[in-house]
Design a protein around this ligand. Structure first.
Ligand SMILES: [Mg+2]
Ligand SMILES: [Zn+2]
Length: 192
């Protein structure tokens, strides 16, 4: 079982635009390609884990989401970076679409997406990392037994930092994904 890096999408790899519903809204941070390439080169699988309640709310479809992830991967690929897998939670307990109105185990801060990726891809959560811009990303990491890195590139960066849940701590709080990857690579190489 291999360690992996689980990346939040919105506010971490790309700008958080609220519900992303058009491909031309995909706006990759300037450092994301190089940061993901570094993970690729280090041999760490890169897995996106993203809450997509917009599906449950009827604002976008699973087929559009698949298109968006193909487009994101194509853009990263042009810079030589690769995302190995995407996992998303389409649910919301108060969804308008009843098919998706469930209290699932995959909506962050729950860790169903990591559990599933671990099973399907042979990953070891205890040796893995989660990078995200919100405390729910940190919560998912803790639920899965992974380490967490909080980045400040989300829409509510200050709020996220001041609204820290009393019982949660990130293993590192850094500016952006580039700094997160640097921290992860330093931490993993120190462990070897
Ligand atoms: Mg986010
Ligand atoms: Zn879910």
């Amino acid at each position: 079982m291999r360690p992996a890096v689980f990346l939040d999408r919105d506010g971490t790899i790309i700008h958080d635009v609220g519900y992303l519903r058009r491909l031309d809204q995909i706006d990759v941070f300037p450092w994301s390609i190089d940061a993901i390439r570094c993970l690729n080169r280090a041999g760490l699988p890169v897995v996106v884990t993203t809450n997509q309640a917009g599906i449950a709310r009827g604002l976008l479809t699973e087929s559009f989401l698949a298109d968006a992830h193909r487009e994101l991967s194509a853009r990263l690929q042009r810079g030589g970076a690769r995302i190995d897998a995407y996992y998303y939670c389409p649910h919301h307990p108060e969804a308008t679409l009843t098919d998706y109105a469930v209290a699932c185990d995959c909506r962050k801060p729950r860790c169903g997406m990591i559990d599933r990726a671990a099973r399907e891809l042979g990953l070891d959560p205890a040796r893995s990392f989660v990078v995200g811009d919100g405390w729910r990303d940190v919560g998912m990491a803790r639920a899965a037994g992974a380490r967490s890195v909080l980045v400040g590139t989300g829409p509510a960066a200050d709020e996220e930092r001041t609204k820290k849940p009393a019982d949660l701590d990130a293993d590192a709080i850094v500016d952006n994904l580039a700094a997160a990857v640097s921290w992860i690579l330093t931490t993993t190489s120190a462990a070897i």
